[in-house]
Design a protein around this ligand. Structure first.
Ligand code: ADP
Ligand code: ZN
Length: 607
């Protein structure tokens, strides 16, 4: 570690992390930390927050203590640091007493620059004593939103961080990082951690490398298969809303010979750990899971996140979808929407906290908020405007309404007149006595001979078969449009019934004209904003194989060796010697030493 204090941050960046330029926000955060000022970094997942405290930790005299809520992650984070030549360790409940003593002993001997610990640890007398006798240069609070009751994952033990800091003989510089912060959360972080006029860096929520798409397939499983056929060996997550769906999708994919595993809260702890590792270590390419999976998942080479069901709000969606493309390479986030998803979520909201004794008035407010959030999520699925802009606006970021990298920006729309169709649908709902669900309305209009339709004599009513000429998909689109625009309403029950609203009656009375935007068959031609560097796929696969076998051998997750972004850069730079290998983004001194020979050989053999 000699000479680190004299190194410039650019040298640290290259030597330890293998990068030549800082990402947005990193440099300012690092400079402020080094000048002794407290900082808050509010940056989306994948923005490179870790480096903002890891780089200065190497340059400050003393130890940096990183408080992190995610015990399961600490090991990976530390492994990744050590692989880069950064002396680091973690202390948490997964260590035995003996191991903990050992780490503390090593720390006293100056062996580490960075120590990770869970917030609960700060309360333990031995740990406090250790901290008081060492020189702590910085305390970093990771996932800092956990400190706020307004945040999504409030952790009461975070409230104790400040009293721990106050017991130290010398106040260290404090840095806090999060990917989710409303102004309430931000104020809480500043207040509760007692930050001193902190430097605040908020880079906005946009994730340029993510492509967003909404599909409304009749058969979701076929849509998954179709997607996988074009993305065969890429690593990805498929989120489902229930354990049962996870089981089904996973079983079907296994049957269809995909490399797949599963994760949900109903599995034993043992199986969950094993399946998670299979995915992290690239032994399995696809993870099918409920939202129980992924909190803090640090796998950098997730190429797609498919949602088999629509989540309950945009916050959850963006968090889950955002697990794709953490290393900055292009990745896809595709939501498979079905009307049933809305119903399921409505039902879930209606039963929230049923057994909890929350004040009924407050409970109703909470539910009202949840319903509003669900509505916004549903609108996302039906929106015909830029999907990225929709999300960014939701989070209060300003965004242009064309991103060129989402399914709506790629679609040609045309405006069609739906006045007549709407009149037919509305009058059908009326004649059905507002007693049936969407499916029955559509079946009746299309003159279906389905058993249910005949059983209730719906073929006798006046609107039966009125829309037999129109495709079912189109009729459904128009019905959805009418629901979204509140001409029709669905009851809040397990089997929602279609009702008419006053707006529908007005429309019939006033002969109002209605138009709707629909997608044309042909795709819009989009010139990619940045032409993608052509990457030699065969070489990429060779390098991935090599990474896989090295990961197995060293028992570390594949991304601890190199990220996909680094492998791609190798493919385009084709280094032939050590010096050229060091030019690759993500290759520092340590990685060169550890893996240079093998990767250079593989590249050389390939050419
Ligand atoms: P966050 O914690 O903000 O979600 P990470 O710290 O996990 O993000 O970083 C995301 C990815 O970006 C990692 O693969 C990391 O190595 C990479 N990264 C960080 N800083 C840089 C940089 N300056 N240049 C290129 N890649 C970087
Ligand atoms: Zn767009």
């Amino acid at each position: 570690m000699m000479g680190v204090y004299e190194m410039q941050k650019e040298e640290i960046l290259k030597q330890y992390f293998g990068y030549t330029t800082f990402l947005e926000g990193q440099e300012k955060l690092i400079d402020n930390i080094l000048s002794g000022r407290d900082v808050i970094g509010i940056m989306p997942t994948g923005a490179g927050k870790s480096l903002c405290y890891q780089a200065p930790a190497l340059m400050l005299e003393g130890i940096t203590l990183v408080v992190s809520p995610l015990i399961s992650l600490m090991k990976d984070q530390v492994q990744a640091l050590v692989a880069n030549g950064v002396p680091a360790a973690y202390i948490n409940s997964t260590l035995t007493y003996k191991q903990t003593i050992k780490v503390i002993q090593n720390a006293k001997n100056g062996r580490y620059k960075i120590i990770y610990a869970a917030p609960e640890r700060l309360d333990i007398a031995e740990f406090l004593e250790f901290a008081q006798n060492e020189h702590l240069a910085m305390v970093t609070v990771d996932e800092a939103h956990c400190i706020s009751q307004w945040g999504q994952n409030f952790r009461p033990s975070y409230l104790k961080i400040n009293s721990f800091i106050e017991k130290l003989p010398q106040r260290p510089v404090i840095s806090a990082f999060t990917a989710t912060a409303t102004s309430e959360v931000k104020e809480d972080i500043i207040k509760i951690l007692k930050l001193k006029t902190p430097f605040v860096m908020a880079t906005g929520f946009n994730r340029e490398n993510l492509y967003f798409e909404v599909q409304k397939p009749i058969d979701k499983y076929s849509a998954v298969i179709k997607y996988l056929a074009n993305n065969a060996d890429k690593s990805g997550i498929i989120y489902c809303s229930t354990r049962k769906t996870v089981e089904q999708v996973c079983d079907n994919l296994t049957r269809d010979h995909y490399s797949v595993t599963r994760y949900h809260a109903g599995l034993s702890e043992e199986e969950r750990t094993k399946n998670q590792d299979d995915f992290l270590y690239d032994r399995k390419t696809i993870m099918v899971a409920t939202n129980a999976f992924g909190m803090g998942i640090d796998k950098s080479n997730v190429s797609f996140v498919l949602h088999y069901n629509m989540p309950k709000n945009i916050e959850s969606y963006y968090q889950e979808a955002g697990r794709a493309g953490r290393d900055g390479t292009p990745a896809e986030c595709i939501l498979l929407y079905g009307g049933q998803d809305v119903i399921t979520n409505q039902f879930l909201i209606s039963i929230t906290n049923e057994n909890n004794d929350l004040d009924p008035e407050i409970l109703e407010q909470v539910k009202e908020k949840d319903r509003e959030r669900l509505k916004q999520m549903t609108c996302y699925c039906h929106s015909l405007d830029c999907l990225r802009a929709y999300i960014l606006n939701y989070f209060g970021d300003r965004a242009a309404n064309f991103c060129g990298n989402c399914s709506n920006c790629h679609t040609n729309f045309e405006e069609i007149d739906i006045t007549e169709a709407a009149q037919k649908i509305i009058s059908c709902v009326f004649r059905l006595g507002e007693r049936y669900g969407i499916k029955m309305v559509i079946d009746t209009l299309r003159g279906s001979k389905a058993e249910k339709v005949l059983k209730f004599d719906l073929d006798q009513i006046k609107t039966y078969g009125l829309m037999a000429q129109m495709k079912e998909k189109r009729v459904r689109e128009i019905v959805n449009y009418l629901v979204l625009n509140e001409y029709l309403a669905l009851t809040n029950s397990e089997f929602p019934v279609v009702k008419l609203t006053p707006k529908a009656r007005d429309m019939l009375l006033n002969g109002e004209n209605l138009t709707m935007k629909i997608a044309k068959e042909d795709k819009r031609e989009i010139k990619p904003a940045k032409p993608k560097a052509a990457v030699n796929n065969d070489l990429f696969n060779v390098l991935r194989e090599l990474r896989y076998s090295l990961a197995q051998e060293k028992k570390v997750p594949a991304f601890v060796i190199f990220s996909d972004a680094t492998l791609m850069d190798m493919c385009s730079k084709m280094p032939a010697n050590d010096l050229e290998f060091l030019e690759v983004s993500g290759v520092g001194k340590m990685k060169l030493k550890e893996y240079g020979k093998e990767f250079l050989e593989a590249i050389n053999n390939f050419t």
